[in-house]
Write a protein that binds this ligand. Structure first.
Ligand code: ATR
Length: 278
């Protein structure tokens, strides 16, 4: 990679960021398209200070990760309406106003787009019934995103109070974990960390119930083949792995920053290689 005076700057701000796979994914995309762009990890404590600094430094855009996805919003000049509904921003694009001096920070959320694209490769989401497991930040993006495209969402969560609260926000039904026996849906999606290394044998739902779903998606990507996905495949379900959401949320970011069609398959292969080497 040749960095010079015209290199367009991108990156990720969060705490920590050393483990992030986004630099590998985005730099592979710039290389594949022969673009003069770079994407760097930046550990940030003061998110407001970082946004002001990035504007001054001429950055094109940044990804935003834990713990800044909510707090970054008050430092931006415009928030995409769906990101505002979700209450979190994972993508910032900086635009220079025609006066040349003022830089505007625009906030988007591509997590919901990434999860929808990942699922839509297996079925049409409009009118589909989807059971979402979890009630954290990831569940919020996935749940709101599904409502956005006209899917029927049902939520379940280990802790009833938190699950019911998110279901009320999304405007969907909540079903407690011990009431899932008769529940059928087109898609089951796990948004919790259950099954993630090192606890790889854990599954977020009684595996006997997996026959009630056509498609099973996991947002956990380490390991790539989680116990949930393996059990689902053994019961004849189609499966979507955790890299799909990561890949497509990244591809949507790339498109926002560059206006170019993202090389989504290159981005996925870069992620797979990075996982093999980590
Ligand atoms: P994120 O923002 O990444 O989604 P989070 O806000 O910490 O993460 O939310 C984690 C989600 O995973 C929650 O729904 C949590 O369930 P609780 O609300 O009951 O805490 C769920 N979760 C985490 N560990 C779990 C486990 N061992 N079993 C079941 N659910 C779990």
């Amino acid at each position: 990679m040749d960095i010079n005076g015209k290199t367009r700057l991108h990156g990720i701000i969060g705490m920590p960021v050393a483990h992030s796979l986004s630099p590998i994914m985005h730099n592979a995309a710039f290389a594949a398209l022969g673009m003069n762009g770079v994407y760097v990890p930046m550990e940030v404590v003061d998110v407001g200070g970082a946004i002001a600094g990035l504007k001054q430094l001429g950055f094109i855009g940044v990804s935003v990760t834990v713990p800044h996805k909510v707090s970054v919003m008050e430092h931006l000049d415009w928030i995409d309406p769906v990101a505002a509904r979700i209450g979190a921003v994972n993508t910032v694009a900086f635009e220079r106003e025609p006066d040349g001096g003022t830089v505007v920070g625009r906030g988007y959320n591509t997590d919901w787009l990434g999860s929808n694209i990942a699922m839509e490769r297996e079925l049409q989401l409009r009118g589909a019934r989807v059971l979402v497991i979890g009630a954290g930040g990831a569940a919020k993006a996935v749940g709101f995103g599904l409502k956005e495209v006209g899917a029927e969402v049902v939520l379940t969560n280990r802790t009833t109070e938190r699950g019911q609260q998110l279901a009320d926000q999304i405007g969907c039904d909540f079903i407690a974990g011990d009431r899932l026996a008769g529940v059928r849906a087109d898609v089951l999606v796990n948004t919790t960390s259950v099954g993630m290394e090192p606890h790889t044998t854990a599954v977020p739902i009684d595996v006997q119930l997996l026959v009630n779903f056509s498609v099973v998606m996991d947002i956990v990507y380490a390991p790539l083949q989680t116990s949930l996905l393996r059990e689902a495949r053994e019961r004849g379900c189609r499966t979507v792995d955790g890299l799909a959401m990561l890949q497509h949320q990244g591809a949507c970011q790339f498109e926002i920053w560059t206006g170019e069609q993202p090389p989504a398959e290159v981005m996925r292969q870069a992620l797979i290689q990075a996982l093999h080497h980590s």
